[in-house]
Write a protein that binds this ligand. Structure first.
Ligand code: SF4
Length: 376
């Protein structure tokens, strides 16, 4: 029988690996206090996740992590795969959670990865669990392990943590950026197309990663450049950004936290590249000379540089329209296809334009007004 204390502890210790689209919630769990669960957006829709580590015992020395061997944390917890599967199924059958996000600290890379895979295998083949499962791929896992994990998972992730081999070696001296992370991401990418075969638990495994923001001097431009390359070459589904927060008991406990707005601005920039399809060159005006962004919507920063004069809405190309703040891809398409000449704000609004954001960047029939009040 697994103690509620262990369930709670390993779930709480998994909470440092946050993805922005997760919202922390608490549910009662016996006498040992509430259990952390997460409302998350998944490829299968909104889902309440049981997020946990298999163990918090780690031989690595990541300076930001409370589970590292160099941190002051002393109590170790561990599930066997059978225990993890039983625990999850109890929570699942009681409808306390709908999906699983399973990670682990690294006692030894190959056995630690094996215990994640074995848990997933028990859930899929013995417990007949068909719901959402996100499995972490650990640095040092083998190619065969990556392949087997992807047979059970809906999503796998490998955290990049930071932007380059030298940045990583400063904060995690025994993780190798190219070998432990990029090489394993390439395996995931190569197996992704094969996972679409019938018989896999998931028709197409999504692939995500995470970068810490403001941990060791990396600029927003460096973060963006790596992210763009991950979307272009690693078939990454989503990058998650996490503003650095020092954790008590770790070697970085006295470092300053990164401002939260940096994380949010990076999400906005990511959206421009991933969804609005801005090119790498088109986003460059978002960065100042030192490679950092100001606390300003990057779409506005880019538009201020790109639009020397307000854009005439009538006759404008979809590609130009999409760069106007307050105009998204659907609205840009609708405006570019409009058969009737646009002459009023009401028509613009009907197409979906957010007037308050767009007005200073557009002209309608040659007229340019900067406020709603002055536009008749
Ligand atoms: S590998 Fe690093 S980040 Fe992961 S649990 Fe171990 S010390 Fe923490």
């Amino acid at each position: 029988m697994v103690s509620a204390e262990k369930v709670k502890a390993l779930s709480e210790l998994a909470s440092y690996d946050m993805e922005q689209e997760e919202q922390l919630k608490h549910i009662p769990l016996g006498n040992s206090g509430p259990l952390h669960i997460y409302e998350a957006k998944t490829p299968m829709g909104k889902c309440t996740l049981f997020k946990t580590l298999m163990t918090n015992k780690c031989k690595m020395d990541c300076k930001y992590c409370v589970n590292a061997r160099c941190s002051k944390s002393t109590v170790s917890w561990k599930y066997t795969p059978q225990e993890l599967a039983n625990t999850f199924m109890i929570l699942y059958r009681k409808r306390m959670v709908q999906g699983l996000f399973l990670s682990s600290s690294i006692e030894d890379p190959i056995p630690s990865m094996e215990s994640i895979i074995e848990s997933a295998q028990i859930l899929r083949t013995k417990k007949n669990y068909k719901g959402y499962m996100h499995l972490k791929i650990l640095p040092g896992s083998t190619q065969d392990q990556v392949k087997r994990a992807m047979q059970y998972a809906n999503r796998v992730s490998i955290n990049l943590e930071t932007v380059s081999p030298s940045h990583l070696s400063e904060i995690a001296s025994n993780k190798d950026f190219k070998n432990d992370i990029l090489k394993r991401q390439a395996w995931v990418r190569n197996f992704q197309s094969r996972s679409k075969r019938p018989g896999s638990y998931s028709q197409g495994v999504s692939h995500t990663s995470q970068l810490m923001v403001g941990i060791n001097g990396e600029s927003d431009q460096e973060i963006f450049t790596l992210t763009a390359s991950e979307y272009d070459h690693m078939n990454l589904t989503r990058m998650y950004y996490s503003a650095f927060k020092p954790v008590l008991g770790t070697p970085l406990e006295r470092n300053s936290a990164a401002p939260f707005w940096r994380q949010n601005r990076l999400y906005q920039l990511d959206w421009l590249y991933r969804v609005y399809k801005y090119s790498r060159d088109e986003v460059q005006p978002a960065f100042s000379d030192n490679g950092f962004m100001h606390n300003m919507d990057p779409k506005v920063a880019i538009a201020r540089t790109n639009f020397e004069r307000p854009l005439e809405i009538n006759g404008a190309e979809e590609r130009d329209l999409i760069q106007v703040p307050g105009i998204g891809p659907k609205t840009a398409k609708s405006l570019a296809k409009a058969k009737e000449k646009i002459t009023s704000l009401i028509t613009l609004k009907r197409h979906g334009v957010v007037l308050g954001r767009a007005l200073s960047f557009i002209r309608i029939n040659g007229l340019h007004q900067t406020t709603l009040a002055s536009f008749n």
